[in-house]
Design a binder for this molecule. Structure first.
Ligand SMILES: Cc1cc2nc3c(=O)[nH]c(=O)nc-3n(C[C@H](O)[C@H](O)[C@H](O)COP(=O)(O)O)c2cc1C
Length: 381
């Protein structure tokens, strides 16, 4: 994350401008530590277990707050048993773990794409031990060798996919790209909508901003993000998860004592305002929004929503279209109820249906890779 320069200069004032200039001249300062992103190279070439080869790709899936809430048990031959990591939940902002399950759907889709690319059919049984609870698996996946399996072209996009949190270019969404994304959506039970009409975009932007401000102004929900913010290269390398703040500006702020978790929690500080400015600049640049909605909100549907979302993002990657989810206004905690209802009205999604994913679409440069933990850290002993 790079804070908008104007905020930094405005708040710190003239005396620090020279220092900021000097810091900006050292672009590698506080860069993403290589160990945190080594996973993006894919499986270890020496790895022969097809499950681990596929898992090395699956852990690159998008997931809420980059918590990577996946645990895998490989004790049964040819089988992966997938669990939710009970220590990696978002109880305040995702009280029913709906988003966590969507992240598992993203993981399962990439796992299946990777297995097929390795010549294996991934036979996925959802919730094999009964309705989902934290002590029951999300899925059991059996790898069955199947020569001649087609490799889905979306698999090639897995290492190129990024969630772009920065400002988008001013370019409107190309109607050809919009049509291709709608046509490529293969999950009829999960309605995909994309809007680029200026008036509609403006109304959706207003709701997204209001939801983000509400979350940031409510200490218990804001804290859930702050708790997983990793500030600077050393913290990022130690955790390899969460929300990464890095780069010369963050380095300078950290060294000036202006960038700490406590400051980021406190409205009016540079750290808090910088976070808000950053989020707002993303929304301000949105020229199109999209969403995936479902009639029911079954756990199976949440998994299917994740599978559909990551396929959409991979298809967007192939077209050069950037996506960033906005989850705040969809979240199921009491203070958000009115804004969530307004979002349903604005999108035309009935009140008893579920907005599973909401996102902005556009064009942007490569924001760089997000961290991932080592594959071994996902395996149960
Ligand atoms: C269910 C779900 C909800 C998400 N919500 C948000 C969000 O509200 N804002 C955001 O910037 N990114 C959101 N993301 C994207 C994650 O932050 C992102 O996937 C993660 O940080 C890893 O980065 P990557 O996708 O570039 O690998 C969401 C992803 C999922 C699967």
């Amino acid at each position: 994350m790079a804070f908008p320069r104007r905020t930094f200069l405005r708040v710190l004032g003239g005396g620090i401008v020279v220092a900021a200039g000097a810091v900006l001249a050292v672009p590698r300062l506080d860069a993403m530590p290589p160990v945190a992103i080594e996973g993006w190279r894919g499986p270890d070439p020496a790895e022969t277990d097809p499950r681990r080869r596929a898992l090395a790709w699956a852990l690159l899936a998008p997931n809420p707050h980059n918590l990577q809430s996946w645990v895998v048990d490989l004790s049964r031959p040819d089988t992966i048993t997938l669990h939710v990591d009970a220590g990696r939940l978002l109880p305040q902002t995702d009280p029913h773990s709906r988003q966590i399950l969507i992240g598992h759907g993203c993981f399962l889709e990439i796992l299946a794409l990777a297995a097929a690319a390795g010549g294996f059919r991934a036979e996925v049984t959802l919730f094999p031990d009964g309705p989902w609870r934290l002590d029951r698996p999300v899925a059991r996946i059996v790898f069955a060798r199947q020569p001649g399996l087609a490799v889905d072209p979306l698999f090639a996009e897995v290492p190129r996919r990024r969630t772009v949190k920065e400002e988008f270019d001013a370019r409107a969404l190309d109607p050809v790209h919009k049509a291709a994304l709608l046509a490529g959506h293969g999950a009829p039970a999960l309605a995909l909508s994309i809007v680029d009409d200026a008036g509609e975009v403006e109304r959706l932007r207003g709701l997204a901003i209001a939801g983000s401000e509400l979350e940031m102004n409510l200490p218990r929900t804001h804290k859930e993000s702050i708790d997983v913010v990793r500030i600077g290269g050393a913290e990022i390398a130690a955790h390899r998860d969460g929300i990464s703040l890095k780069g010369p500006m963050i380095w300078a702020l950290r060294h000036a004592g202006a960038m700490t978790a406590e400051k980021a929690m406190t409205p009016g500080t540079l750290a808090w305002q910088g976070g808000l400015d950053y989020v707002m600049s993303g929304y301000a640049s949105a020229r199109a929004f999209g969403w995936i909605a479902s009639a029911d909100n079954a756990r199976e549907t949440q998994i299917a929503a994740g599978r559909a979302y990551v396929r959409l993002q991979l298809a967007a990657t192939a077209l050069g279209v950037a996506l960033q989810p906005h989850s705040q206004t969809l979240q199921e905690y009491p203070e958000m109820a009115d804004l969530r209802a307004a979002m349903h009205r604005q999108t035309g999604v009935p009140a008893d249906a579920t907005l599973q994913m909401f996102f902005r679409l556009g064009y942007a440069g490569d924001p760089g890779l997000s961290p991932r933990r080592a594959l071994s850290s996902f395996e149960t002993a």
